[in-house]
Design a protein around this ligand. Structure first.
Ligand SMILES: [Zn+2]
Length: 83
């Protein structure tokens, strides 16, 4: 999903300030941890750091199963495939 693409200048010290609207959509609060990486399209991805589903990587509503976190969507998908 592209959410209002913008251009921002990286300061001489290499810092980038994230626009408030991006933080609000991504539910990133000031002072919270983020993780960043480069995907296969060479796009820099910055996202809120936290527990993720072991299957799809979503950070929404997670349930624990045998010590692993699984999202509700994957639980529903697994149930459908193995019903
Ligand atoms: Zn999942």
């Amino acid at each position: 999903m592209n959410y209002n693409q913008r251009k921002k200048e990286i300061c001489k010290a290499g810092r980038l300030t994230l626009p408030d609207e991006f933080c609000n959509v991504a539910r990133i609060r000031k002072g919270s941890l983020v993780e960043f990486f480069i995907n296969d399209d060479n796009a820099l991805i910055i996202r809120r750091f936290g527990p993720k589903c072991v299957f799809c990587g979503r950070m929404g509503e997670l349930r624990a199963y045998k010590g692993k976190k699984v999202c509700v969507e994957c639980i529903i998908d697994i149930k459908k495939r193995h019903a």
